[in-house]
Design a protein around this ligand. Structure first.
Ligand SMILES: Cc1cc2nc3c(=O)[nH]c(=O)nc-3n(C[C@H](O)[C@H](O)[C@H](O)COP(=O)(O)OP(=O)(O)OC[C@H]3O[C@@H](n4cnc5c(N)ncnc54)[C@H](O)[C@@H]3O)c2cc1C
Length: 379
């Protein structure tokens, strides 16, 4: 299996005195904690292993779809303490920002959220459901046998589990699989700017022949401006700076701010290769979240696909744990996520170039595109 420390596909003797769990989950980001939560609800004994001492470490302003929050609420998670202001809708802009189209939804389609706060909040729920959380550690080896998985450490007892879930986050983009060399997410956070439609999530369409998507929104007084696209780090930084300057010229962003490429934070875009992967299942293991390439093609964000893949994985694990042929039962994950998620991950890009001129003239077209961004529907 890719990405984990060492995975040996060889037999070993099950040690009688090792702690035994139904499921070991590697990575306590949103995918790992969601999977742990749901697996515990299914009555499975779960150990959740996170290499960072205090859990997923990124404190940052993010946004999350209302659908994600509804999925968590369905599992009795009270998300109110960690969820911020709602968005009213999407505003689409042409690449030169000279045209725009406002859309609105009857219910807020998404909310501001502090990702770390959300993950920590869920970790509390997970703990209260009896899940064992190991923070600040990672296994040295992971060996998949025929009947169980063994995780070993240099400085602690091994752990045995019936199944392994790989939720260890984004892997460097496997260019051959995703066809996306040099994909980056660039971000600028600027204080002291103002602008119209502060309750909207703004999207700039058609940049770089449609290969780059940029967005901005306000988090209190902070303007968060992002783009994800391709090219050298310098080119990607300059492109974002260009967008911001253009937005200031067109008065979408107003005020004084230092806008220089050096202040642009850059991270490799997670590979969006879920649909291209042959399988997300190995003998006794599943991949979910960013590790499985579950990233929205429209928005290029990943919190919702992480939660959805995690819940589907937990269902599969619960069936596999009861099954006489667990390895066969595990294979059903490939079917369940393709049935439940493929549409959300599919690219709207084939239609969008044709829709672009119409989006700024025809409000129904804009609304249809908004449904793609918020709800993953094809336009
Ligand atoms: C700066 C930034 C901004 C973003 N903004 C948004 C946004 O606004 N909206 C949105 O929907 N998405 C956003 N995303 C994407 C979203 O955060 C990810 O898609 C989502 O976090 C994926 O969750 P995950 O659990 O799969 O991975 P992660 O959140 O990356 O969690 C993986 C965890 O695994 C741990 N880990 C890794 N290797 C090991 C190991 N060997 N042993 C133990 N633990 C390990 C890591 O420490 C980490 O805590 C953003 C991403 C970044 C980086």
């Amino acid at each position: 299996m890719e990405g984990l420390v060492h995975v040996h596909d060889e037999p070993y003797d099950v040690a009688m005195n090792s702690p035994f769990y139904d499921v070991a989950i590697i990575g306590a980001g949103i995918a790992g904690v969601s999977c742990a939560l749901s697996a515990a609800d299914h009555g499975l004994r779960v150990v959740l292993i996170e290499k960072q001492k205090h859990g997923a470490p990124r404190a940052r302003p993010d946004w999350v779809s209302a659908r994600s929050l509804a999925m968590l609420a369905d599992r009795k998670v009270d998300v109110k303490p960690v969820v911020g202001e709602p968005f009213g809708g999407a505003t689409f802009h042409s690449s030169d920002l000279s045209q725009h189209a406002d859309t609105s939804e009857s219910e807020p389609p998404a909310f501001r959220v502090d990702y770390t706060g959300l993950v920590q909040h869920l970790s509390g729920d997970v703990r209260s459901k009896g899940v064992t959380l190991l923070h600040g550690t990672e296994p040295e080896t992971i060996a998949c046998g025929e009947t169980s998985v063994r995780l070993t450490w240099a400085d602690r007892e091994p752990i045995e589990a019936g199944f392994l879930v790989q939720a260890d986050g984004a892997h460097p983009s496997p260019t051959a699989a995703s066809g996306e060399p040099g994909a980056w997410v660039a971000e600028l956070q600027l204080n002291g700017l103002e602008g119209p439609s502060p309750h909207q999530l703004h999207w700039i369409l058609g940049l770089d022949e449609g290969r780059t998507v940029a967005s901005w929104w306000w988090e209190g007084t902070l303007a968060v401006i992002r783009s994800s696209g391709f090219g050298s780090p310098d080119a990607v930084r300059r492109r974002l700076v260009g967008c911001v300057k253009q937005a200031m010229e067109e008065r979408w962003l107003r005020g004084q701010a230092k806008i220089v490429p050096e202040n642009v934070a850059l991270r490799p875009a997670p590979a969006r290769h879920a649909l291209e992967m042959d399988s997300h299942v190995d003998k006794r293991a599943l991949r979910i979240g960013d590790a499985g390439g579950f990233v929205s093609r429209a928005t290029r964000e990943g919190i919702e696909p992480a939660i959805r893949s995690a819940f589907l994985a937990a269902e599969t694990l619960s069936e596999a744990a009861e099954n006489r042929t667990p390895q066969d039962a595990l294979q059903k994950f490939d079917v369940s996520w393709r049935t439940g998620m493929a549409e959300d991950l599919g690219s709207p890009s084939a239609q969008v170039p044709f829709m672009l001129p119409l989006i700024f003239k025809n409000s129904q077209m804009a609304q249809r595109l908004a449904a793609t961004f918020w709800y993953g529907r094809q336009p």
